[in-house]
Write a protein of this length. Structure first.
Length: 304
């Protein structure tokens, strides 16, 4: 299930506000809400972003709240809201922990979202990493990898067929035979899972230096599994700022559109097909300005 044409290089964004880990949250996000989310989504839609993405956590334990915070918007509810204020941009779960829900529930949620958004869903999935969330939901944390493998197969079945084991579910997804499934994670086991079961791969924080070996593992494993269709390779770029910030923006690649495009093209030349972009900003207005400038000034320098 390929949604990126051969030779194309696209860019997406995991939206601020909806996930507020202290590792990356900006001060302005802590008092932001639906208006700011809508403004960024509409900007992404107009600026040619391929996807907007939303995370997935249910309940953060106190031991991790200092680093992760407890603000993690519900994935499907938020993507549904964003679908209503956009027209073209795809809606990605990055990532959705399939082990937290029955496969039929997950498939029904995303099939409905695909129906309501007129075929814009990308189901990004992963194993999860917070033991207490699994315990809360009565799921075995140690078996999460095996469970994810099983759930991917089950969700594919439910998304592809109206009736499974004699039980039917509608509305059906617009995308046929089903929405694309991208598998997250950078550990070898995650890469192999993406190769065997995914239409795309969503690595988490992998460097340019490590990417060639990871892609080699991905392609080798996929070939060994007898899958001829390519797996769309993703990556997450460093933080960008178009222009020169007059404030301490922390570790950030800043400068002209050509300088930013040069960095993005390096990812492309390594084999990346969908690059997640991040921006430094001090307000939603600055965030939207950066997104709009990327679409107008950088994007034309990325392909061809």
């Amino acid at each position: 299930m390929q949604i990126i044409d051969d030779g194309d290089f696209v860019y997406g964004i995991q939206l601020p506000v909806q996930a507020q880990s202290t590792i990356f949250v900006a001060d302005w996000e802590t008092t932001a809400g639906p208006d700011e989310l809508a403004a960024m989504a509409m900007t992404a839609d107009q600026a040619g972003f391929f996807y907007i993405a939303v995370c997935d956590h249910i309940a953060i334990p106190e031991r991790l709240a200092g680093a992760m915070s407890t603000t993690w918007y519900d994935t499907v509810a938020t993507l549904g809201f964003l679908a209503g204020v956009t027209e073209r941009v795809k809606l990605l779960s990055h990532i959705y922990v399939l082990g937290y829900r029955h496969a039929a529930v997950s498939a029904h949620s995303f099939a409905t979202l695909d129906h309501l958004s007129k075929g814009r869903v990308i189901l990004g999935v992963g194993a999860g990493h917070v033991p207490e969330e699994f315990e809360l939901l009565g799921v075995d944390f140690a078996s999460r990898g095996k469970l994810l493998d099983e759930r991917i197969d089950q969700v594919k079945l439910h998304l592809t067929h109206e009736f499974v084991d004699g039980l039917g579910s509608s509305p059906r997804p617009v995308q046929q035979p089903r929405p694309a499934i991208w598998v997250g994670g950078s550990a070898p086991a995650s890469i192999r899972r993406a190769a065997r079961k995914g239409d795309g791969w969503l690595p988490q924080g992998i460097s340019k230096a490590d990417l060639p070996d990871a892609i080699d593992l991905l392609t080798t494993t996929r070939a060994e599994a007898g899958i001829s269709e390519r797996c769309a390779v993703g990556a997450i770029a460093d933080f960008y700022y178009l222009g020169e910030p007059s404030w301490d923006a922390g570790p950030t690649l800043s400068g002209s559109a050509e300088r930013i495009a040069e960095d993005a093209r390096e990812w492309r030349d390594l084999g990346v097909q969908h690059l997640q972009i991040r921006f430094r900003s001090r307000s939603v207005e600055e965030q939207c300005d950066q997104m709009a400038m990327f679409g107008a000034e950088v994007a034309p320098l990325l392909n061809g």
